[in-house]
Design a binder for this molecule. Sequence first.
Ligand SMILES: Cc1ncc(COP(=O)(O)O)c(C=O)c1O
Length: 397
Amino acid sequence: MPNAVPAGGYTPPVYPYARLDALKQRAAEAPGGIVDLSVGTPNDPVPEIVVTALAKAGPKSAGYPRAIGGPALREAATGWMERTFGVALDPALVLNCIGTKELVASLPSVLHRRDPSRDTVLYPAVSYPTYAMGAELAGCRAVPVPLDRDWHLDLSAISEEDAARALLLWLNEPGNPTGSQSAAGPMADAVGWAQTHEVIVASDECYVEFNWDHAGEPAPGATALSTAVDGVLAVHSLSKRSNMAGYRCGFLAGDGDLVAYIASVRIHAGMMVPTPIQAAAAAAWADDEHVEVQRARYAERRRYAKSRLGEIGLRDVGGPSSFYLWARSAEPAEDGWAVAARLAGSGMLVAAGDLYGDGGADHVRIALVEPLERLELAFDRLAVATPHTLATGGSQP
Ligand SMILES: Cc1ncc(COP(=O)(O)O)c(C=O)c1O
């Protein structure tokens, strides 16, 4: 077996969404086809201004781009930060990245090289799996921080030992998968805790444009950079905000020394955003109109899906924000995989909650990335199947 991993070598875990493959197949067999609400990948149109900027930049992009990002992109990013949060940053404190997943996955490695005396990455106990994966790839300890009833970090649950060893604390508000609301109070508390313990904060704020209060009204989102810039990094992405997941562009902004250090490593590794993508990204950060359109789409889908959850034996237990519903079965309690299997039997594919941590086991995440008429189809099919299913306690064929 020439390609086997040598004894003692590292084997990565199965990719979380690959664990849904069998259910995906099953859902595809439903009449009318699969309604795929599993991965949070946007299906709505790329804004016209973005497509135009991309096409215009193509012929002028023969040379290598700057690893840190060109001035137009960095200025557009700080302009957006100022409009959105009232935080004025020097564009020199911005570093672009090739989508934020690669940054989330590599940040612990870079920071651990910088400070080998700290070996622990703290992250929300129910969260985007790449926070833990980044720690694992860096050879660091991945320590989940429990969440309170509003799905914010329960900072009091962090042990003294973990705090003393912590290199990095991840925040993610609005939260994936929990839908926690981004708000200044919890954000400032987390930054304050990190400063007391001399821990770097990385605040992943990629859903901040989709922030609502409990009445479903748009609510101003918070950035960790409002509390402090020293020791703080904010992470932003165009994937969700501007339906540009396929373009791969995000940025990191904050503490000047940290940004410069991270940039000095990334330039060696050739981590460059292609020039036409940078131009498209600059156009996207400079425009808010297309985001309003997208926000209205997600708000409508949230309202609709929430109103029909009860019919399919589920209740929404998550926060009011993001484009995810975080749900669990009404009664009796069902494991998240059992719920996902039941839903897949009628063509709706959702993510089982344990993909986001053990604490998510009795939940499912429903990503509202399909248009309203597809959601209607999915709920109608399930509503017909569900009373029978719950009455007999059986699963769908
Ligand atoms: C919380 C969170 N952070 C980061 C990402 C990565 O997004 P991208 O790499 O497309 O910027 C995602 C994607 O789903 C996410 O949910």
